[in-house]
Design a protein around this ligand. Sequence first.
Ligand SMILES: *Cc1c(COP(=O)(O)O)cnc(C)c1O
Length: 454
Amino acid sequence: MTESEFRLLIDAGISSHAHFRNRWESMEEDDSLSVSGERSASILSELGERLNDNYPFFHPRYAGQMIKPPHPIAMAAYMMAMQINPNNHALDGGPATAKLELEVVGQIAKMFGYTDHLGHLTSSGTFANLEALWVARSIHPDKAIAYSPSAHYTHRRMCEVINARSMELDVTDLELLETELKKGSIGTLVVTIGTTGTGSVEPLHRILPLAKKYGVRIHADCAYGGFFTLLAHAPEPIIAPEPFLVLHECDSIVIDPHKHGLQPYGCGCVLFRDATVGKYYRHDSPYTYFTSKELHLGEISLECSRAGASAAALWATLKAFPLRADEGLGPILRKTRHAAVVWSELISSSRILIEYCKPDLDIVIYFPKTPVLSASRISAATERIFTTAMHRSESPLYLAAFAVPSSAMAKYSTDFVADIPVTKVLRSVLMKPEHEHFVTTIFREITAISGSIL
Ligand SMILES: *Cc1c(COP(=O)(O)O)cnc(C)c1O
């Protein structure tokens, strides 16, 4: 979208809000709130300077962390609703955006194949996971919540917060998993669909039968990978579809629209397959609910105040980019995924870079082939490539570094020396559709930088 098209959208949002205000008798803004135009302009100009200290998240040259700007539609819709500032804690805080929230959450639930559900937006994936784990603990107060070493660190921490028994267990090792499940002390398994580190999809379709056999619940943390479900349902999927096709059998699911859903930060989502878990949320607040007898989002959410503007932004975005494989969000994810596939092909014939693991989604992990393959040499070279790429004056390139256990590196060479416990490798999140065409440039440049360093 061009700058002038974006301005038109923002302008339409301002006009729409003026129209809303005009429904009530006119009022004067109080003097205490006034700031001169000159002063506001100067403050914003100073802020603009300060904001220059940022990485170009919008540009395909930024291939570091899971960060990209929201779609202009989302920003315009957020701005439009923010002028009213509805609070989706309760229907009374913003009837319109509460309805929008129920609609978008319904669309997401449908994408996963839930026929019934209870769910809501949250301010983050962390909070959404907290709620899912809290319900897990409420259902099995004496049993453990188990998560893989590669699960997001939030699971361990949140288990501490809610005082739940927890254990780290490689849920992808089915033999080990069954041995543990047999003991009967696990109540819920966390399965990650798109790990934050490597974007790996854990084999949910293999884990699920075991969980059923032993009566264990499953929470799917799809914060990063959830929207790839769209591609799994396409006629010729370009990802392994199996884990995604059984998501509807999981007891709870978390997804982050502020990662792959084109949203600004402040938008996570938690869903439960069994709507009756709402009973765990029940509380009586004397002052929040008084006009409505319908479902209050605040009654099924641990957070209180939450931006109604988030729901408005997601609603508008999903109108423009429906949750479909063949149009809307699907084709965007197809490109990010394709970028990773192209990367993987390019690196397979490289004499300078080694692929750490095949990408399941759109995150690639790789490391320089140092003359002596040791954890310390690879880590040092990784560090130099990372900083050289970022700090060169012409065409900087932004990557991320990622620490893996050195024991996992032995498979690349019989000569590998694990002289330090963790090895730093390079990580690139190719989460913008523009990465599809830019990935060859990134690969060429990283190869050249690595070649000059090694
Ligand atoms: C990002 C992420 C989280 C944490 O979500 P936030 O929105 O950053 O709080 C949890 N789990 C996974 C798998 C993630 O990728």
